[in-house]
Design a protein around this ligand. Structure first.
Ligand code: HEM
Length: 383
C-alpha cells in the first residue's frame, strides 16, 4: 500500500485506541472485559475509517450495549446503523463459506431458507450502504479542483487508480491500466471489510494471551517500547519510530506462526502441475496446510515453543512464515495490519497492566478465531 496512506493510518489507529480506552476508563478497573468482543469492534472501526474515512461507531455501540445504566447519549438511528453494519459484516464473512460449502438445494430447505435469506438481506444492506458511499465520494472528487490534495484512504486509492489524480503512486501493474468501475470498487471494498477485521482482532487476542503467559517476552517488549517510543502513555508517535520496533514485530510473527489466522489457504491451479510427485490436472482445488508448515520441524527448531527471537536471529525464517499467505494473492492489507497491531500493542501495554480472567478459547473453522478471552485492565502507575 502507498506509504502516505500507511503513515496516516498510524494516527488514525492511535485516535481509535484513545476512543476505546476512554470507554474502558469509564467502565472502571473492576470491570471484566470480553477482550475478543472489544477487539472485533475496535478493528471494525479502524478498518472502516481507514477504508472510507467515515466512523462505523461500533465501539460506541458496544459500550452502550454493555453499560445500559450509563449509556452515552447518541441518536438512536446512529446506534441502529452501527449495529446493522456489524451484523452485515458478520453475514458477509459467513457467506464466504456458506455459499461455497452448502449446496443451493439445501440452502433453500424450509428452516434453512430463513437463514439464507437473512445473510442475503444483510449483504444487500451492506452493498447499498457501500454503494452510496462510493457514489458520493466519486462525485466529491469530481467536483474538487485537480490541484487540491486528496486524503489517501483506501476508497480514494481505488477511485483514483489509473486516473490523472492517482494517489496510489502507480501501485497497479501493467496488466491493470484502466480506472476501476463502481462494481470493481464495491467488490474490493467488501474484500477489505471481510478480510481486514476479524483477522486482526483474533491476532491481537492471541498476542495478548502469549504476552501474559511469557512475562520475559513482555518485559523485553516493554524495554524496546520505552527505549524507542518512550514511557508516557499519552505521547503520540510516528510510522518511523514504529518501524524500529523489531522485537515487537518478531512477537507478532511468532504468534502468527503458532496461531495463524488462516490455518488453510485455498488455491486452484490454472495449468496442470506436479505436486508431491503426482500430476494434478488444471482446476484442482488445493488446501495449503499452513499449520503443517508452521509446525514442521524441518523448518523450525523446537516448532511448538513460543520464541520471538527466532525471527531476529535467522532472517530465513521469514520465508517460511505464511501468516499473510503467499504469492500473487498474498494479503494486500499486510502493511496496514502490521501498523494496526504495533500501534495497538504499544498503546495498550504503555497504559495498562493486564490480568487474564479466563483461559483463552479458540475455534478453528476456515479461520482461527478467539471465541473467549476475558481480561481486567489496571492503569499503570507512572514514576
Ligand atoms: C493480522 C491481520 C491479518 C492477517 C493475519 C491476514 C491474513 C490474510 C491471509 C492469510 C490471506 C490469504 C492470502 C493468500 O491466499 O495467500 C488474506 C487475504 C486478504 N486480506 Fe488479509 N490479513 C490481515 C489483515 C488484513 C487487513 C487489515 C486487510 C485490509 C484492510 C486485509 C485484506 C485482505 C484481502 C482483501 C484479502 C484477499 C486477497 C485476495 O483474495 O487476493 N487483510 N489475509
Amino acid at each position: 500500500m502507498a506509504p502516505p496512506f500507511i503513515k496516516q493510518a498510524v494516527k488514525v489507529v492511535q485516535d481509535n485506541f484513545l476512543e476505546m480506552s476512554s470507554y474502558w476508563d469509564k467502565l472502571g478497573e473492576d470491570r471484566i472485559l470480553e477482550f475478543n468482543h472489544w477487539m472485533k469492534r475496535y478493528f471494525m472501526d479502524t478498518v472502516f475509517i481507514t477504508a472510507v474515512s467515515k466512523p462505523a461507531r461500533s465501539l460506541l455501540c458496544y459500550y452502550n450495549e454493555i453499560n445500559p445504566d450509563n449509556e452515552l447519549n447518541v441518536p438512536e438511528f446512529v446506534l441502529k446503523e452501527a449495529d446493522t453494519f456489524l451484523q452485515s459484516i458478520d453475514a458477509l464473512v459467513q457467506s464466504l463459506i456458506y455459499f461455497i460449502s452448502i449446496p443451493r438445494i439445501i440452502r433453500n430447505f424450509p428452516g434453512i431458507h430463513k437463514y439464507t435469506q437473512y445473510i442475503k438481506d444483510k449483504i444487500n444492506w451492506l452493498k447499498n450502504d457501500i454503494n452510496d458511499i462510493i457514489k458520493s465520494r466519486r462525485e466529491e472528487i469530481f467536483k474538487m479542483p485537480v490541484n487540491q490534495k486528496l486524503i489517501p484512504d483506501i476508497l480514494v486509492m481505488f477511485l483514483t487508480a489509473n486516473t490523472e489524480r492517482d494517489v496510489t503512486e502507480q501501485i497497479v501493474d501493467d496488466l491493470h491500466d484502466k480506472p476501476m468501475s463502481d462494481k470493481d470498487v464495491e467488490s474490493n471494498l467488501l474484500a477489505v471489510l471481510s478480510g481486514g477485521i476479524s483477522s486482526s482482532a483474533n491476532t491481537m487476542c492471541f498476542i495478548v494471551y502469549y504476552l501474559e503467559n511469557y512475562p520475559e517476552v513482555k518485559q523485553k517488549m516493554m524495554e524496546e517500547i520505552e527505549h524507542v517510543i518512550g514511557k508516557d502513555p499519552d505521547s503520540s508517535f510516528t510510522f518511523e519510530s514504529l518501524s524500529k520496533l523489531e522485537y515487537l514485530e518478531a512477537i507478532i510473527k511468532e504468534e502468527s506462526r503458532l496461531k495463524a489466522s488462516c490455518p488453510n489457504i485455498a488455491r486452484v491451479n490454472s495449468v496442470p502441475e506436479y505436486v508431491g510427485g503426482y500430476r494434478w490436472s488444471k482446476g484442482t482445488n488445493f488446501l495449503i496446510n499452513v499449520d503443517g508448515i508452521h509446525y514442521n520441524a524441518s523448518y523450525w527448531k523446537n516448532p511448538h515453543t513460543f520464541d520471538p527471537n527466532r525471527f531476529l536471529k535467522d532472517p530465513e525464517n521469514e520465508r517460511n512464515n505464511y501468516m499473510f499467505g503467499g504469492g500473487m494473492r498474498k494479503c494486500p492489507g499486510r502493511n496496514l495490519a502490521m501498523v494496526e497491531l504495533k500501534v495497538t500493542l504499544v498503546m495498550l501495554y504503555r497504559k495498562y497492566d493486564i490480568e487474564l480472567m479466563s483461559p483463552l478459547k479458540e475455534h478453528i473453522k476456515t479461520v482461527r478465531r478467539c471465541s473467549e478471552l476475558k481480561i481486567r485492565l489496571k492503569r499503570k502507575v507512572q514514576n
